[in-house]
Design a protein around this ligand. Structure first.
Ligand code: NOJ
Length: 516
């Protein structure tokens, strides 16, 4: 099978924070275009761009007001075209983000729904329910928003409730309504016609709600991360939608793809999204959730391979994205966090399947945990009254230069401040520097292309809290422990190690590849 997306390296661009070409403090599509040589040199096959559509930006653009236009903060449709062209010239494919579970409350449909009133065709595109005069403060069911607080808000006239699994400015679309289906078919075609090579589907396990919107168990709270199947998530009916999308994308040339953000209970449930007439990839978030331990990683890897191999779908590995704490910080921050992050990365790149890289991880960026409250923008922070700090800390603008108002992100200060010390992590500081994290990523990506994994066979455990496997092209040994690991059992040329091997021992929290 020669599909490009079976073993690709795909780089996630969070446009607000990648590169600011017009100096307004917010990243933009022209900034992405300008950095295409950087991405080409890194060696990625495709980029996935988080939403850049017209949006009030109450949830970083995942609140879409117009699915067919670019927000002026990010540029214009012409800027999209120019960026796509630069990418394609560099041999890089473009995956755009599709947000079908909800629109923004600023979307023309929601505005029309509010104007039209109860019982109207306009309201039937969302989930509206009457306020019960006997219990005016009791929402139609017990569902809670993923971002905290109730999943229902009242219309301005106080007569109806509307459902929003996320922020109150993100009303859920009603996927029982054929108009919604037709609209998204048309949106797919709009971006396919404009040269998008694929779609990342936001909340791909959402959209379909259980008949009658029944209460969920417990207190009704929703976890996006590590969710359990619920009346609002991972309903079987969602698969019918994808069966209508697949033929549309297949009409277009160029082996274009869908990648699902589907938080499911198990690898088995996730694999359902990957049946041949549905989606091409689904992120495996188990390694995002796993502690840095050989047993936890091995369990997640085995489950993914076992479930995906049977249906011929690629495993889709990821360690960081714009919703979770960066893995350097998850693994302990500082030198140890960085060492472990590089080890986990090297491991990921040895696995069969697809690897997603989140912007800035190639620089070894840490999560910024101490942003002042005044600059925070994540609705999670506000909806939990600050109990959860939210996701702004992984969205801090990228440092490109050692100095300057936003370390080369743009000519002005960025929309979030960068912490002290990030100049030393900038692209400028690491470019061409032997041993830098950036050069490590460049090397690991290039070597992976030369040594393509064909499978995975576990080898005898080389020591406590360590593992080794043969991927058909190389042998990968990972030391998750806090002690150096003797490598006596292994032979062959060392292709790459995430830390220097000292006297035949692999340092704590590091990985090595041996040629076969
Ligand atoms: C998942 C996205 O990755 C996240 O950033 C967003 O807040 C929610 N979906 C809602 O769209």
């Amino acid at each position: 099978m020669t599909n490009w997306w079976r073993d690709a390296v795909i780089y996630q661009v969070y446009p607000r924070s990648f590169a600011d070409a017009n100096g307004d403090g917010m990243g933009d599509l022209a900034g992405v275009r300008d950095r295409m040589p950087y991405l080409a040199k890194l060696g990625v096959d495709a980029i996935w761009l988080s939403p850049f559509y017209t949006s009030p930006q109450n949830d970083g653009g995942y609140d879409v007001a117009d699915y067919r236009d670019v927000d002026p903060r990010f540029g214009t449709l012409e800027d999209f075209d120019a960026m796509r062209e630069a990418a394609h010239e560099a041999g890089i494919r473009i995956i755009v983000d599709l947000v079908p579970n909800h629109s923004s409350s600023e979307h023309a449909w929601f505005k029309a729904a509010l104007a039209a009133g109860p019982g109207s065709a306009e309201r039937a595109r969302y989930h509206f329910r009457d306020v019960d005069p006997a219990k005016p403060d009791t929402p139609p069911n017990n569902w809670q928003s993923v971002f905290g607080g109730p999943a229902w808000s009242k219309t301005p006239d106080g007569k109806q409730w509307y459902l929003h699994l996320f922020d109150s400015t993100q009303p859920d679309l009603n996927w029982d309504n054929p108009e919604v289906h037709a609209e998204f078919h048309s949106i797919l075609r709009f971006w396919l016609d404009r040269g998008a090579d694929g779609f990342r589907i936001d909340v791909a396990h959402g959209m379909v709600k259980a008949e009658g919107l029944p209460d969920t168990g417990g207190d009704g709270s929703i976890e996006m991360i590590g969710t359990t199947q619920a009346p609002f998530f991972d309903q079987d009916g969602v698969h019918e939608i994808y069966r209508t999308w697949r033929p549309i994308i297949e009409e277009y040339e160029g082996d274009r793809i869908f990648v699902a953000e589907a938080w499911t209970d198990s690898a088995e449930r996730r694999a359902l999204y990957l049946r041949p007439d549905e989606l091409h990839q689904a992120f495996n978030f188990d390694l995002v959730l796993a502690p840095f331990s050989a047993a936890d990683f091995r369990k997640a890897i085995d489950a993914e391979i076992a479930n995906n191999a049977g249906i011929g779908a690629p495993c889709t590995w990821v360690l960081s994205n714009h919703d979770v704490h960066r893995h350097v910080t998850r693994y302990g921050d500082g030198p140890i966090g960085l060492a472990r992050a590089k080890a986990a990365t090297q491991l990921l790149f040895a696995l069969p399947g697809v690897v997603y890289v989140y912007q800035g991880e190639e620089l070894g960026l840490n999560e910024v945990l101490d942003l002042p409250d005044e600059v925070r923008q994540d609705p999670t922070f506000f909806r939990t009254n600050g109990e959860q700090i939210g996701r702004d800390g992984c969205r801090v603008p990228i440092p490109w230069k050692t100095e300057g108002p936003s370390l080369g992100f743009g000519d002005a200060e960025g929309w979030l401040p960068q912490p002290e010390g990030w100049g030393a992590l900038s692209v400028e500081a690491q470019d061409g520097v032997e041993g830098s994290t950036l050069e490590f990523y460049r090397k690991v990506i290039a070597l992976r292309k030369e040594h393509k994994a064909t499978g995975l066979t576990w080898l005898d455990e080389p020591g406590e809290n360590a593992f080794a496997f043969d991927n058909g092209a190389l042998v990968c040994v990972v030391n998750f422990s806090d002690e150096p690991l003797a490598l006596d059992a292994f032979e062959g040329e060392v292709l790459l190690s995430s830390a220097e091997i000292v006297e035949g021992r692999l340092p704590a929290g590091s990985a090595v590849w041996f040629a076969k």
